[in-house]
Every structure is written in structure tokens, then in C-alpha cells.
Design a protein around this ligand. Structure first.
Ligand SMILES: [Zn+2]
Ligand SMILES: [Zn+2]
Length: 304
């Protein structure tokens, strides 16, 4: 059962780092383990400044192989090794992941104490990790790229009255929730006997780099939080689109049309000293907008 989902904005800028913003990386802690969406080049130093230990990271999902989304991997991995990691690290990415990462991770002289498992993802599908899954779908960028959603499993709410009435010991409740049933004093108690409906799982979607693409709405549908790129705004719209990116307005339309609850903007072009026009453009279409700050942390609550 997942009690806490927390987001860590480790890098929020697009294209290249500036003194104000690192390139893209978002950490998601799910109870005691964590995943990263992308790994821009300053991800490891941002992790050290955040409250998320880099040793908790179990799997990394790379959206595409433009430098601002993956160049932090070799440094992060070497530091994990210095820290004594032995647990395998899973890295997922679009087509080409095995070649690019194989080359990237073999540069220089170092030895790792842990295994790196690289998996290339194609098409639209999802991977089950127990309490949550990660779904992915093709994004509309200039090179092969994916968008991702982390989806918490739906969760049976329990009816305290029924639990008391049926004298179900509290230490068996999780067993019933997970296995569907168990035997209590010789009698089989099913989840249906003690449930009070279903709580929808939380959902955190991450666009990576993409033009606004209606075919991504299914992936983003009913997100609790949608983290969407917004490289520019209307005065640069044609340039933004020609480089395979979205404006603040595009991100807001995706949030509105996917019935997302909260939109968080990232991947601002370093050409903007002031990102307020991007935020204002988004807010005119979808009110619940936050522009991510460097090292911003955010709890994704059940009732968000
Ligand atoms: Zn980018
Ligand atoms: Zn890109």
C-alpha cells in the first residue's frame, strides 16, 4: 500500500543549464523507493541538496536522448557506486536506449558494484511494479521520445463497522486487501465483505519534450498532477513548435482536455529571463498552474 507520493524538481529548465535552472529531472518518491523521470546533467548535485537520497532511486525513465534529459546519468551512477550501492538499477528509455546508454556508461575507467538493466520501450503500454505501474506512450518530438505516467493502483477502502462486526483482526486487513481474502476463525473473509468502495489511485504524468499531441490525452487522462513542458509562449510559437516543443497554452490545453487536476510547468527555454508570460498564457486556459522552481518539493495527496 502506498502512503506517500512526493515529487522533487531536481532540474526545471530546458535545452541547456543556466545559473538559475538545471536541465530536466523530476524525482518521485513512492513510500521508501524512488524513480526519476529524466536525468539532466545536474541531477545528482540537486539530489544532494534535496531531501531525497540518491540511494533510494530504483529505476530511471528517460524520455529521449537529447542531452538536457540524460547527461546526468554517468555522474549519478558513478556516485551511487562510490556510496556502495549493490542493488541493480533499472533504466528505461525509447528506442535506441541500449546503444546510447551502453556507450555512455562505458566511457572512462571505473568499475561498478551493481548491475544496470536497460530496457527499450516501444509503442504504448505499461509496466507493473506492484503497488504502482508506469505507462508510456509516444510523444511528438524531433527524435524518438516518450511521455510517462506513474499510476498508483486503485485501493479498496475499508468499512470499520463491518470489520468490527465480523471481528477481523487488524493485522489481517492488509493481507485481505492484497490477496482478496483470508481465513479468520475458520471462516473465509473476502475484501467484498469489509470494503467500502474503491479509492482511485493517484496519477503523476510527465510529458518530456513534445508538441501538443491529442494522442497523449489517453495517457494523461485524470492525472492528479501533470508535469508538462512549456518551452515558450505565443510570441515564439512557430519556433517552439518547429523544435518539437509546447507553449504554456499547449500545456494548459493538454491539462484541461485530459481532466488533470493540477498542472506543473517545466522546461522553460533559457532564452526567457522572465517566464511570467508563459505562466499567464497557461493560466488563461487552465487555472490550477504552478511553474516549477528549482528544488521545489511537493506531496501528492490522496485528496488532491
Ligand atoms: Zn529538452
Ligand atoms: Zn528534446
Amino acid at each position: 500500500m502506498i502512503s506517500s507520493i512526493r515529487l522533487y524538481f531536481l532540474g526545471t529548465g530546458g535545452s541547456w543549464p543556466t545559473p538559475q535552472r538545471n536541465t530536466l529531472s523530476v524525482g518521485v518518491r513512492i513510500n521508501d523507493e524512488a524513480i526519476l523521470f529524466d536525468c539532466g546533467e545536474s541531477a545528482q548535485t540537486s539530489l544532494m541538496k534535496s531531501s531525497l537520497s540518491l540511494m533510494r532511486i530504483k529505476r530511471i525513465f528517460i524520455t529521449h536522448f537529447h542531452g538536457d534529459h540524460f547527461l546526468g546519468l554517468p555522474g549519478l551512477i558513478q556516485t551511487m557506486s562510490f556510496y556502495g550501492r549493490t542493488e541493480p538499477l533499472e533504466i528505461y528509455g525509447p528506442i535506441g536506449a541500449s546503444t546510447v546508454l551502453g556507450n555512455l556508461l562505458s566511457i572512462g575507467y571505473y568499475s561498478l558494484n551493481f548491475e544496470i538493466r536497460i530496457e527499450e520501450l516501444k509503442g504504448t503500454s505499461s509496466i507493473d511494479f506492484g503497488d504502482y505501474s508506469v505507462a508510456y506512450s509516444k510523444a511528438d518530438h524531433t527524435i524518438p521520445a516518450l511521455s510517462y505516467s506513474l499510476i498508483e493502483k486503485d485501493y479498496a477502502k475499508l468499512d470499520e463497522e463491518k470489520i468490527k462486526e465480523m471481528k477481523v483482526p487488524r493485522n489481517l486487513l492488509e493481507k485481505i486487501r492484497e490477496g482478496g481474502s483470508t481465513r479468520v476463525n475458520g471462516k473465509v473473509i473476502t475484501i467484498g465483505d469489509i470494503s467500502a468502495g474503491v479509492r482511485k489511485g493517484r496519477k503523476v504524468s510527465y510529458s518530456g519534450d513534445t508538441r501538443r499531441d491529442p494522442s497523449l490525452l489517453d495517457l494523461f487522462r485524470d492525472s492528479t498532477v501533470l508535469i508538462h513542458e512549456s518551452t515558450g509562449e505565443k510570441t515564439n510559437e512557430s519556433k517552439v513548435k518547429s523544435y518539437g516543443h509546447s507553449t504554456g497554452k499547449d500545456a494548459a490545453i493538454q491539462a484541461r482536455d485530459s481532466n488533470t487536476k493540477r498542472l506543473i510547468l517545466v522546461h522553460f527555454s533559457p532564452r526567457y529571463n522572465d517566464i511570467r508570460p508563459i505562466i499567464e498564457e497557461a493560466k488563461s486556459i487552465f487555472p490550477n498552474v504552478t511553474a516549477a522552481d528549482e528544488l521545489m518539493e511537493l506531496e501528492v495527496n490522496i485528496n488532491d
